[in-house]
Design a protein around this ligand. Sequence first.
Ligand code: GDP
Length: 322
Amino acid sequence: MIAVLTGGTGGAKFVDGLRQVVSPEELTMIVNTGDDLLWWGLYVSPDLDSITYMLAGLLSKERGWGVKGDTFQCLQAMGELGQPIWFHAGDRDLAVHLVRSQLLAEGKTLSEATAEIASKLGVRARILPMSNSRVETRILTPIGELSFEEYFVQRWYQDPVESVRYAGSTDAEPAPGVVEAILDSEIVLLAPSNPVSSIFPILAVQGIRGALRRTKARIAAVTPIVGGAAVSGPAGILMEAQKLPVALAGVAQAYADFLDVLIADTRDQESADKLRRSSSLHVHCTNTIMRSFKERADLARAVLTFAKRETKAQLMSDSDCR
Ligand code: GDP
């Protein structure tokens, strides 16, 4: 079994690679819900949706979010009615938000709603929200505290970030199956998702970080930072706000208490060598930029091959990036 901690965009590309090389029954996704929002009265879970659509073969490749070929007639009509339209929900996407909201209103948990939607869309991998309780990533800026989607989508991450917190995390429990998936898997993977806005909210849920420290699974992370910058989005800005270097070393530092293997990009060989010399981490270099379906599969295959190595000696020899 393989458990994957993931957010939406970078995470979904990596998940696409995994679904090309591993049978879906072997995969459990543990998904960030810190970005969830109420939109037009509906419960929207952007990362759960992206991962579900990706596994269902429905994610729009051009946009990286939403359903491929979707239309936006409702969005247009809402604009005409004077409603906010900065968060772009497509028409087919809205059907999912409606069903989820309805299931939640009937008293189902987010886990149950997620499983039901995934099953209806033909997804065979398991998709778990990190928690059934509300945990909200809040970004403190000079204009006040913003939700992640306000900061990222509405305001294009232009505001200086003073700090980040995960409201509700201290009272939140992991969703059913999350801790078990971490403890019972042979491999736990951290997708190249934004550490601060996609992975830290998962780690902030009580008991998840502890399970990662306790598990016998080999834990491997793929870096979202290449050449000293985020491949896309505000990961660098948010890492700086959390006092983490925007570098391979910062990714290692973010996960230092449980990580076994870090997958770096080939262009960061020097940083990888330095990191290997200064820590017990096994660092492996490969191309981590996923431009095509093939590059996604190649990365997933490389990560799994590396994470599956049995002995320390093999890890040591393979971790040479040259
Ligand atoms: P979000 O929930 O939509 O913000 O999505 P994620 O957190 O899963 O993905 C965003 C992160 O993915 C960013 O920090 C990017 O640096 C990273 N990312 C995006 N595409 C790639 C890629 O092709 N390769 C790598 N290594 N990282 C990527």
